[in-house]
Write a protein that binds this ligand. Structure first.
Ligand SMILES: Cc1cc2nc3c(=O)[nH]c(=O)nc-3n(C[C@H](O)[C@H](O)[C@H](O)COP(=O)(O)OP(=O)(O)OC[C@H]3O[C@@H](n4cnc5c(N)ncnc54)[C@H](O)[C@@H]3O)c2cc1C
Length: 300
């Protein structure tokens, strides 16, 4: 069994900042993950991060390199199972390799929800405009974005740049996005907003060819070449093989030291119950979780 002081699950802003701080606090740290920067790769122009303007991928690589330079060990493998053992925790990867540590930080983020509507097995439904929008470059495409908050706005803005004709569909009469995003959407000639409108079915044979929407009881089909969803999230905590307190939506509940209901198990970033899901708050969570994990490691 490979033994460490701390195991971190997730290579997003929360996990990488936790790894950076943990190493500097003297904890020999192992990190499970996939993409360096986690969800940062989906952000074309990172907003709300003080003193940094640029792409999310760029920040993700900086964070990853920094944590690596501090000596954190990366497996870049999925943690498939996290269990509670005598003296701490054990994490297994997909190859069955086991790793142990007296404390762990879950910084696994959250995954986008799908629409549970007819046709949802069709191809052409995506969650990342930056990753999959370029598939439609030069195709004079019409693309639907379903959602109402800042990520939905960013999908729409990025797809309009492809360029594509974008239809932004949201159920609410007024969108949940902040004022800065509304200001970017409103004057954009490539984005048509359908408020108070619900997507109720996808149409097509193999790939989505149209989306059926309902508004005030009226239904109609809108021909589209693809659909990008930003309709909510599910915390990525399926690797947790133990009883731990969560909200009804599955977000990990933490105390003021970011410890979960399980002693020695901490949570940071988008997988925990909090009031602001951003890169900055993910980094802050990572730093604080590492500090308290260090106190736990050396004082209990
Ligand atoms: C389209 C879009 C635009 C956004 N724009 C902004 C913005 O402009 N400004 C801003 O501040 N925020 C923005 N956000 C939000 C921001 O990306 C998140 O709040 C932030 O990335 C959360 O960091 P995190 O480390 O908690 O999770 P993530 O960044 O999601 O990282 C978690 C990582 O853990 C990995 N993981 C999950 N389970 C396991 C496992 N079992 N084993 C190993 N690894 C695992 C995941 O695959 C992922 O790589 C945006 C989000 C989206 C989707």
């Amino acid at each position: 069994m490979n033994a460490y002081d701390l195991i971190v699950i997730g290579t997003g802003p929360a996990g990488l900042t936790a790894a950076l701080y943990a190493q500097r606090f003297g904890l020999n740290t192992l990190v499970f993950g996939d993409t360096p920067g986690g969800s940062l790769y989906m952000i074309h122009d990172l907003a709300n991060f003080p003193a940094f303007s640029g792409g999310g991928t760029q920040l993700g690589l900086l964070l990853f390199n920094q944590a690596q330079q501090e000596g954190a060990t990366f497996t870049m493998a999925q943690a498939t199972r996290l269990t509670r053992e005598t003296g701490g925790f054990m994490v297994q990867d997909a190859m069955g390799q086991a790793y142990a540590a007296p404390c762990a930080i879950v910084a696994s983020g959250r995954t986008p929800k799908r629409l549970d509507i007819p046709g949802n097995a069709l191809k052409g439904v995506f969650f990342c405009a930056i990753c999959d929008g370029p598939l439609y470059r030069g195709k004079n495409a019409t693309l639907a974005v379903v959602g109402s908050d800042n990520p939905a706005a960013q999908h729409a803005i990025n797809l309009a740049r492809v360029p594509a004709k974008v239809i932004l569909i949201h159920r609410n009469d007024s969108p949940l996005m902040d004022a800065a995003h509304r200001k970017m959407i409103a004057p954009n000639p490539g984005i048509n907003v359908l408020a108070g409108t619900e997507a109720i079915a996808y149409q097509g044979l193999d790939t989505v060819e149209a989306i059926t929407v309902s508004s005030n009881g009226d239904q109609r089909q809108i021909p589209v070449n693809g659909v990008f969803l930003a309709i909510g999230w599910t915390p990525a905590t399926t690797m947790l093989d133990m009883a731990v307190d969560t909200t009804a939506d599955g977000y990990l509940k933490t105390d003021d030291k970011l410890m979960t209901s399980v002693p020695g198990l901490f949570a940071a970033g988008d997988c925990r119950d909090k009031d602001l899901y951003q890169v900055l708050t993910g980094c802050a969570d990572g730093a604080r979780a590492a500090k308290h994990a260090g106190d736990y490691r050396f004082n209990t």
